[in-house]
Design a protein around this ligand. Structure first.
Ligand code: C2E
Ligand code: MG
Ligand code: MG
Length: 450
């Protein structure tokens, strides 16, 4: 197939303007700059265009659900569909050169006055280009998502504008938008994270980790009866690393087990310290779902609890159970036998389903803070929280509401029959020393929440 974009070769070749003497050389140049399947330009061609004289936006158009569509219509038809789409994009934008930069991703460069104009243009092109493509007389529906990289903005972490635009396609999809500009802040610093991973194990040994404790207030007892242990990493150069970063990293790289074992060890030690200070509190530890299929982790936890007589609660999230329900349920039974209570953390966020509640016999359900934070203003959130409390009680579980920040939320929860409250109003996560100070001496154990 002769490429409608063959002029790219001439435009982009370093030998531009010079007569290419041999067919062979011309073919090689053509191959180097074109996608063989569709005849469109390729990634290198687009990169050269982006690096040309004019400051241009690089815009990529990703075909949504590409693999599903390709499996449905076949590879050959998909190649034809992409060629047609390339021609459409070319005529819609008035830019000749369209490149295929990934299996289901086409791209081009655009000139625009500013980011807003680039975003509007890309959105309009997406909408116009996604009319059905007719293949063998049958219409095939397509949907597109666009990602945009700004001109000449270098980014330490992603140097190629084509890569930035490609990440922007993912960012647009994640935000359920038709088009998005590359957002460096949201992308973060994956290369930096990589070095953090290698530092994580040493950090455990070097004492860079510590635990903060956040009180859980019992409405009936009218005092703090439990605390949640939350891991903190104070990195010597970077300062505080958020658990939202290092817990995910540890999970992805197989470091979550040593981290959790360290937390359990430290929590047991601190619980004994609290007892000596006159505070008999249950300590909750977050246990990542991935560990609920690891029998030897369960062996460790049971041995540690047995040896110390600690009173622990394991807060788990439902991904744990969805992944490997049989293994998780077996391990949860072993925890129950050893007197470790189990709490369903962040209930209501993610995919919480009735199947989950049917499968798991937990002692406690923690309503996700996203609902509790909305209690003051949203009748809908209040209804959801109240119904969840009733449902959990019906199933024999206690209920903790997390994210209690206002006296109004606290009063509403008490009225709804919630058992425990946790949140900034009761107390922020603090060091063990600060917690003991806050709880006061043995004679002043009752902490008023209001
Ligand atoms: P989580 O278990 O749901 O913990 C509650 C998070 O909500 C904590 O964030 C806490 O500081 C925050 N929070 C508490 N009260 C309030 C409030 O009133 N308002 C608001 N806006 N936030 C509140 P943190 O400490 O940053 O922890 C984030 C997540 O990291 C935890 O969510 C937990 O999933 C995970 N995590 C922390 N430590 C560990 C750990 O040792 N092991 C594992 N596997 N995960 C951990
Ligand atoms: Mg938790
Ligand atoms: Mg939670």
């Amino acid at each position: 197939m002769r490429s409608p974009f063959a002029f790219l070769s001439a435009l982009l070749s370093p030998a531009s303007g010079r007569t290419v003497s041999h067919d062979h050389d011309a073919r090689l140049t053509h191959m180097a700059l074109h996608d063989q399947e569709t005849g469109l330009g390729n990634r290198l061609a687009l990169e050269r265009l982006a690096a040309g004289g004019e400051p241009v936006y690089v815009v990529l158009f990703g075909v949504d659900r590409f693999e599903v569509l390709r499996n449905a219509i076949g590879y050959d038809s998909m190649a034809r569909l992409l060629t047609t789409l390339g021609q459409r994009l070319s005529s819609l934008t008035g830019r000749g050169a369209v490149a295929r930069v990934g299996a289901g991703v086409l791209g081009l460069v655009l000139q625009a006055e500013d980011d807003d104009e680039a975003l509007q243009l890309a959105t309009r092109v997406c909408e116009a280009a996604q009319a059905p493509v007719i293949l063998n007389g049958a219409p095939v529906d397509i949907a597109l998502t666009a990602g945009i990289a700004r001109p000449r903005v270098s980014n330490r972490n992603v140097s190629s504008p084509v890569d930035r635009a490609s990440i922007a396609v993912d960012q647009a999809r994640a935000a359920h938008r038709r088009a998005a500009l590359f957002d460096a802040a949201r992308y973060g610093d994956p290369a930096g994270n990589l070095s953090l991973i290698s530092e994580l194990m040493a950090a455990l040994d070097n004492g860079e980790f510590s635990l903060n404790y956040q009180p859980k207030y019992d409405f009936r007892a009218e005092r703090v009866t439990a605390v949640e242990a939350l891991a903190r990493w104070t990195h010597p150069r970077r300062g505080c690393v958020s658990p939202d970063v290092f817990v995910v990293m540890a999970e992805e790289t197989g470091h979550i087990r040593p981290l959790t074992e360290w937390v359990i060890h430290q929590a047991i030690h601190d619980q004994a310290e609290l007892r000596r200070a006159g505070h008999d509190l249950t300590v909750s530890v977050n246990v990542s779902g991935r560990l609920l299929s690891d029998e030897s982790f369960a062996d460790f936890a049971l041995a540690a609890v047995k040896a110390s007589g600690a009173r622990l609660c394991f807060e788990i999230t439902e991904t744990a159970v969805v992944g490997n329900p049989e293994a998780a349920l077996r391990i949860l039974d072993r925890f129950a036998e050893a007197g470790i209570s189990v709490s369903l953390d962040d209930y209501g966020s993610g995919l919480s389903s009735l199947t989950y509640l049917k499968q798991i016999r937990a002692d406690e359900l923690k309503i996700d803070k996203s609902f509790v934070l909305g209690l003051d203003d949203s009748a809908r959130d209040a209804l959801l929280v109240k119904s969840t409390i009733d449902l959990a009680h019906g199933l024999g579980m206690k209920v903790t509401a997390e994210g209690v920040e206002t006296p109004t939320a606290l009063a509403l929860l008490r009225g709804m029959g919630c058992d425990m409250a946790q949140g900034y109003l009761i107390g922020r996560p603090v060091s063990l020393t600060a917690l003991v100070e806050r709880l006061g001496g043995p004679a002043h154990k009752a902490v008023s929440a209001a």
